[in-house]
Design a protein around this ligand. Structure first.
Ligand code: PDD
Length: 289
């Protein structure tokens, strides 16, 4: 596997960073995961826009122009085998003596890009759907930043694995009067379906603005699927006819079990089937263009 590290293309075994890197010491950095289909980065512009948002959120200057990013990404795709790949971009505030405050003057950020095979869900999983659990969303209040500091997400996702499930759906406890609502998954966005209407939580500081989430909403709008973007109460999550999970690597999946109870009929529903098919077509069209 050939990776990119600070201007060099190297075999992954030869890539080394300092133990003083602020990514290692503080988790002080941001990342992106970009799917590649037929050797083309999917929604690159949108991913780079979100990367800029994350960098702005942690007050770190973007080390590259979009044209430079595109060139690095092109090289990494070419250096790695596989038509479909999952790109990982990672930028930290660089190497400095340990001090919480930013290094002054700023140091060179660390820039790392790697490619892994893109493992989209197998047919069995599309047919069965996945099982999820719920848990309180105990993360910070800037979940819109795609920060490399993922310890809460790691612990929340492991809760699902320990329960023999695929993902943890996160619930923000709110004031007693307003009640609790769903934000997203530990590493995914979540939609609900009720009476044929697709419900999406609003993009705000409490969730990562998913690129797949955007595509799904665009596809719903373009294909006359009724949809609403609004806060989804916990009670609505448990009473949903369907629950859907989206991410760059999982694409669109049906959630057929929640906390050990079946969702809707317990089988992937009609809205899932339609959106999954639309997503596959959309992907193919984009790659052909
Ligand atoms: N995770 N929410 C969270 C917390 C995520 O980590 C992700 C993706 C998403 C979905 O975003 P997108 O559709 O842009 O992939 C939502 C990636 C895949 C990861 O960390 O591996």
């Amino acid at each position: 596997m050939t990776i990119y590290l600070n201007g060099q293309y190297l075999p992954i075994e030869e890539a080394k960073i300092s133990v003083l890197d602020r990514g290692f010491i503080f988790g002080d950095g941001v990342y992106e995961v970009i799917p590649v289909y037929s050797r083309k980065a999917f929604r690159l512009e949108e991913h780079l826009r979100r990367l800029q948002h994350s960098l702005d959120g942690i007050r770190l200057a973007n080390p590259h122009s979009n044209a430079e990013w595109a060139a690095i990404i092109k090289q990494i795709i070419a250096h790695n085998t596989g038509e479909d790949q999952s790109l990982y971009l990672h930028i930290t505030r660089g190497v400095a003596r340990r001090d919480h405050a930013f290094p002054s003057p700023p140091v060179q950020p660390t820039v790392f890009v790697m490619s892994n095979p893109l493992l989209t869900p197998p047919a069995e999983l599309l047919q069965s759907g996945i099982a999820c659990i719920t848990a309180p969303d105990n993360r910070w209040l800037r979940c819109d930043i795609k920060a490399i500091a993922l310890l809460p997400n790691v612990l929340l996702r492991q809760m699902a694995v320990d329960a023999g499930c695929a993902e943890t759906i996160l619930i923000r406890p709110e004031s007693m009067t307003d009640g609790a609502f769903m934000t997203e998954g530990a590493a995914s966005n979540i939609f609900a379906v009720k009476n044929g209407t697709l419900l999406a939580p609003p993009k705000n500081n409490l969730m990562l603005p998913g690129i797949t989430y955007d595509v799904v909403l665009e596809l719903a709008a373009a294909n006359g699927i009724p949809h609403e973007v609004r806060r989804i109460a916990v009670a609505e999550v448990f009473a949903a006819d369907e629950l859907l999970l989206t991410s760059s690597t999982k694409e669109v999946l049906a959630i057929t079990q929640l906390d050990g109870k079946q969702v809707g009929t317990g089988k992937p529903g009609a809205v899932f089937a339609q959106l999954h098919a639309l997503y596959q077509d959309f992907k193919r069209d984009v790659m052909r263009a």
